[in-house]
Design a protein around this ligand. Structure first.
Ligand SMILES: Nc1nc2c(c(=O)[nH]1)N[C@H]1C(S)=C(S)[C@@H](COP(=O)(O)OP(=O)(O)OC[C@H]3O[C@@H](n4cnc5c(=O)[nH]c(N)nc54)[C@H](O)[C@@H]3O)O[C@H]1N2
Ligand SMILES: Nc1nc2c(c(=O)[nH]1)N[C@H]1C(S)=C(S)[C@@H](COP(=O)(O)OP(=O)(O)OC[C@H]3O[C@@H](n4cnc5c(=O)[nH]c(N)nc54)[C@H](O)[C@@H]3O)O[C@H]1N2
Ligand SMILES: [Mo]
Length: 759
């Protein structure tokens, strides 16, 4: 092969995932953000029984105690929050909002922690300090003058159960069910698809199951970066001889080889462990086809030799099997191979492994959900597991990898635009509300659409970076400016805070690592991880500024000022969060004895009925789906030279928070203006490694472009290209979504790639 040209910042990375590279990167994060003396003590408190819950991801810990688990990206999340840097009123005095908008997302957050409540002053184009009570009073005044259906309440998944519960309580008493939340951009396909299939939108495995499974099928997630503590689990499983079959269009290093920093022998010998036993570079959006192919083979094997399917489970616990089989059988092999990019022989290998497995877990992430048919994808995974009764037995089940550390808990305690009748009645009874609105509200994309067309006038954000996380900044950024009121509760400055409306408030809050001292003493909050374990989290660090308030206190302050006749005793709830938890217990099923149970180290598990083979669907049975077709958007992608764009997180990034400019495992250093392309696609488009390109969305409607990007040769499936989120969001139309769940199709945008300067 001809030697590739040198491209600045692009180098082959040969080391395994984890290992010494991870230790070095952690030391760097501490050096950049924290006091080197304070850092180790803080890091050692992460995920300990009396410490705080790691804000990094929603992967559980063994009994939430045992020993400290080293995790590079957990350490980055912690040091980023516990940084010594501060954004004070002085800082805002020195920069206009217009000037700040010129900074990159990385630079904005790297300025440090917000310290004072601020209000936007249009005359000087600056944020200026404001008193808490004065701000609350004015927000109350504006909200009372607006019809509640014009007001939306956004939640990012880092908020605690207590904060999220109060947020929805405030909004519901006020009269709005508009609850856009980050989950709408993330695992909504799971929240919509799994209840139809198995009666609940949550995973059905615990950590223990990973010790009893003999096969793991990992689809569309990148744990080396996004769920690093899961690597400990996969590493152990691989060493136990568990087969791990990966489906991913990109070669992700940690899924290939991983050195566990917990394993001193591996570290000392520079060794590593092979993680994926087989790695299938499926085409982007080709998972449904691959799953249909695997299922087709299984059905065939059952007909020919029998004993492949769990007929008892299918007969006693499921429905819809016949229609499901008919749909699968009608799918042609030619279509399956074309759509998945894999051969029948590849899929035969998976089907054989699955047919021999006594207990299988399927894990999945954004590679499955962020597609035009994300919900249908999730349901196919649920179907595959039903075929062999992989529910309610040790070592088996479905495992969606949640994103934010408490995104699952937020939904459990009532953040939803479609509240159930039972929940609303429970709230009415507990608080003496006469009638809460039954009108279904807006999710994230709908809220932004309402902001664009003027139907939403005020947006209150409990954390997050709403406008940057959503697709299509050309529309969403200007829509923020049309709001009568925007309120942001955050820890660090980001772009959404700067896209000011007619009136805008910026409220600094305590983070997970910090001591939350209220009249009733130090408070703890609770979170729910990906495996439905609920446990307490208590920060210990002194707050970043004396002015900070806790999220519950800020919400209570706004609620009190907005609803003078509120039936909720807001100040008392803030004195002692046990009182909030008591209200959760009264209104949300599964939280009996909540306060007692979170005082047990490790907390408790919420009931997940499929773990007992109870399926709370209308008929009480798990339901097979009918996918229909093989590919989500065959019609769009059939065109000439059309590639599928996958938007990705780098290794030094937490969603819209950019910790640093490297993506070590993918060999990218100091830059993010990169397009990952298959070598053959480069050639087919007349391009070479390192060429500057423009990318254009190949969908009808407005022309969307991202210019001046460097295309590099990468191990990625043919037909798929990858670029970083959020930069690539300019290429995604706001209404390009999975129609069932409303999730943007962030992982399958049809694009054309052109050499810069070429016609
Ligand atoms: N350090 C860190 N941790 C995080 C986050 C972070 O940004 N940084 N974000 C948090 C959040 S909110 C979330 S939701 C999770 C996200 O965690 P992941 O679910 O891992 O999300 P992504 O990084 O978007 O990566 C998706 C993976 O899917 C693959 N993929 C893309 N398209 C397809 C496809 O069509 N088929 C298949 N099979 N694979 C595909 C990509 O190559 C990539 O490896 O992580 C959480 N944890
Ligand atoms: N193209 C593309 N777009 C995507 C995705 C993708 O894969 N591709 N992924 C989507 C996904 S999965 C998600 S979850 C969304 C994420 O969307 P969001 O959850 O809205 O975004 P984050 O970047 O996590 O939010 C970061 C901000 O949260 C604030 N923050 C941090 N900690 C705290 C805290 O403890 N309390 C409070 N109140 N604020 C805090 C800080 O101010 C910080 O700037 O993005 C989505 N957007
Ligand atoms: Mo997410």
């Amino acid at each position: 092969m001809a030697k590739r040209r040198e491209v600045p910042g692009i180098r082959e990375y040969d080391a395994p995932g984890g290992g010494w590279g991870a230790l070095r990167a952690t030391a760097q994060a501490v050096h950049d953000q924290m006091d080197a003396v304070k850092a180790p003590i803080t890091l050692l408190r992460t995920n300990q029984p009396t410490g705080f819950d790691c804000p990094g991801c929603a992967w559980p810990d063994k009994e939430h105690r045992s020993t400290f688990q080293f995790c590079e990206n957990g350490a980055k999340a912690v040091t980023w929050e516990a940084t010594n840097k501060r954004v004070t009123p002085d800082f805002f005095q020195q920069h206009t909002v217009t000037q700040l908008l010129m900074k990159s997302d990385y630079e904005l957050e790297d300025n440090g922690r917000l310290t004072h409540p601020m209000v936007y002053d249009a005359a000087s184009d600056k944020y200026v300090p404001v008193g808490w009570e004065q701000a609350f009073a004015r927000i109350g005044e504006i909200l009372r003058a607006l019809p509640p259906e014009q007001v939306d309440f956004y939640t990012s998944g880092r908020a605690s159960n207590e904060a999220a519960y109060l947020f929805q309580l405030f909004a519901r008493e006020y009269g709005s069910n508009n609850f856009p939340d980050c989950s709408n951009m993330c695992h909504e396909a799971t929240s919509v698809g799994l209840p139809q299939s198995i009666g609940i939108g949550k995973g059905t495995v615990t950590l223990d199951d990973f010790e009893h499974c003999d096969l793991i099928i990992a689809i569309g997630h990148n744990p080396g970066t996004n769920h690093p503590r899961m690597m400990g689990t996969l590493h152990e499983a691989a060493r136990r001889g568990v087969q791990i079959i990966v489906f991913n269009p990109l070669r992700e290093r940690a899924l290939e080889r991983f050195a566990d920093p917990q394993n001193w022998l591996e570290m000392a010998t520079y060794g590593s462990t092979k993680i994926a036993s087989t790695y299938f570079m499926v085409d982007g959006g080709g998972d449904a086809a691959a799953l249909l192919g695997i299922i087709k083979i299984l059905l065939d094997m059952e007909e020919r030799q029998g004993n492949v399917l769990d007929q008892d489970f299918i007969k006693n616990y499921t429905e819809g099997f016949d229609a499901f089989c008919a749909g699968v059988k009608a799918t042609a092999w030619d279509d399956i191979e074309k759509a998945s990019g894999l051969t029948q022989a590849d899929l035969q290998e998976v089907a054989t492994a699955y047919a021999q497995s006594k207990a299988t877990i399927v894990t999945y992430g954004m590679g499955v959900t962020q597609h035009s048919r994300g919900t249908a994808n999730v349901r196919l995974i649920a179907d595959l597991l039903m075929l062999r009764g992989n529910y309610g037995k040790p070592g088996a089940g479905i495992c969606p990898l949640r994103g934010h550390s408490n995104v699952q808990g937020n939904r459990t305690v009532g953040i939803t635009e479609k509240p159930s009748e039972a929940f609303l009645q429970a709230m009415e009874k507990a608080f003496g509300f006469t009638h809460l609105s039954r009108h279904h509200g807006r999710d994230a994309v709908r809220t932004m659409q309402a902001m664009v067309n003027g139907a939403c006038k005020a947006l209150l954000c409990l954390g997050g970076n709403f406008a940057v996380a959503l697709p299509d900044p050309e529309q969403s950024f200007s829509a923020m400016g049309k709001l009568d009121l925007s309120v942001h509760i955050g820890t660090k400055l980001n772009r959404s805070h700067l896209l000011v409306g007619k009136e805008s408030y910026l409220f600094p809050c305590l983070g997970r690592t910090e001591l939350d001292l209220q009249a009733g003493g130090p408070q703890s909050v609770t979170v729910e991880d990906s495996m439905s374990m609920v446990h307490a989290s208590a920060g210990k660090l002194p707050p970043a500024s004396e002015q900070l308030r806790s999220e519950p206190a800020i919400i209570a302050g706004m609620a009190r000022a907005t609803l003078p006749k509120s039936k909720v005793p807001w100040p008392e709830l803030i004195e002692d969060y046990d009182r909030i938890r008591h209200l959760i217990e009264l209104t949300v099923p599964g939280f009996e004895n909540f306060n007692a149970r979170i005082r047990v180290p490790g907390g408790f598990q919420l009931s997940v009925p499929p773990m007992q083979r109870h399926f709370a669907t209308p008929t009480g049975k798990a339901v097979f789906s009918v996918y229909g077709g093989v590919k989500e958007d065959a019609d769009v992608l059939g065109g000439e030279n059309i590639l599928r764009l996958i938007t990705l997180r780098s290794h030094d990034q937490y969603n819209t928070t950019i910790y640093a400019m490297d993506d070590r495992y993918r060999g990218v250093f100091g830059r993010r203006d990169i397009l990952f392309m298959n070598e053959e696609d480069l050639a087919a488009n007349g391009l070479e490694h390192g060429d500057l390109v423009d990318i254009e969305t190949a969908l009808p409607g407005r022309a969307l472009r991202l210019e001046n990007i460097t295309a590099i040769a990468y191990k990625i499936a043919r037909g798929s290209v990858g670029a970083y989120y959020p930069e690539a969001n300019v290429l995604i139309p706001l209404d390009y979504i999975d129609k069932e769940s409303g999730t943007p199709s962030y992982k399958s945008v049809p694009v054309r790639v052109m050499r810069r300067g070429a016609a």
